[in-house]
Unconditional design. Structure first.
Length: 259
């Protein structure tokens, strides 16, 4: 099966790029399932329920989250009730939603998507490595395909997770930095890996945000509220092919398309 996973959707330009182009991309690239990280889709921070609904209607099969997934409380009910939206699994169990969802499409094996968040340069949270082990131990043996979105800041932590899960999952992709890395590969154990998928957002921006505000913060040292940039969008992510029987990655390539 062939899977598309898009990087962090940032604000309106990112949402528009996905909604206007996803159907065509899925057709042109023969995509069987499509996922994206959506934790910045609403104004650059958080995900509103209405925007989650729009993105799912546009053709995303699932949406993963990160540290900003909790901003809009109207999403909390969807986290509990809609099996297509995830939040990082290593947050406390009593919070809404789950970081593990199983996606089923006729003619293909079931696919488990696992959402984890890192700890380096991030708010304190439970160990993502231990959480990954717990999830994999609990997964049914009849789910051969497992995709991990590791939402983390440090490249070293992401690379470590890739090797930690080598041979145990189908693919590990990183999100959060909004900068697509150039290390797409299939590890020796059959696990596809990319340190960061990049973003879906304004092409002329600083991580999807207005550059002038970022510059002012650096030049003055004063706090300013960030705002999502405007203008034409770009879509970044990865496309990977998975063997339906073994669950191992066959190929892994970075993906980029102007929106």
């Amino acid at each position: 099966m062939r899977i598309l996973f898009l990087g962090d959707i940032v604000g309106l330009p990112g949402r528009k790029a996905v909604m206007q182009n996803l159907a065509r991309i899925k057709d042109e690239e023969s995509i069987d399932l499509a996922f994206a990280n959506g934790e910045n889709a609403s104004g650059g921070y958080g995900l509103k329920a209405k925007h989650a609904t729009e993105l799912l209607k546009a053709g995303l099969d699932g949406i993963t989250g990160g540290n900003h997934i909790w901003k809009y409380k109207d999403l909390y009910a969807m986290l509990d009730e809609d099996g297509r939206i995830l939040r990082p699994h290593n947050y406390p169990d009593h919070l809404p939603g789950s970081g593990v969802r199983v996606f089923r499409k006729e003619g293909f094996p079931p696919v488990a998507v696992i959402n984890l968040i890192g700890r380096t340069f991030m708010p304190p949270i439970d160990c993502p490595f231990a959480a990954a082990e717990t999830v994999l131990d609990a997964l049914s043996a009849d789910i051969p395909v497992q995709i991990v979105d590791f939402h983390a800041e440090a490249t070293g932590e992401k690379i470590a997770m890739g090797y930690f899960l080598e041979g145990k999952v189908s693919t590990v992709v990183g999100t959060h930095t909004h900068v697509q890395t150039n290390d797409a590969k299939v590890l020796a154990g059959g696990t596809g890996y990319l340190t960061d998928l990049g973003m879906c957002g304004a092409a002329n921006s600083c991580l999807g945000m207005k550059p002038e505000i970022i510059l002012d913060r650096y030049l003055t040292g004063l706090p300013r509220q960030l705002e999502a940039a405007t203008g034409p969008g770009v879509l970044q992510g990865a496309i990977f092919d998975i063997d339906d029987t073994t669950g191992k990655a066959v190929s892994m390539i970075a993906f980029q398309r102007n929106g």
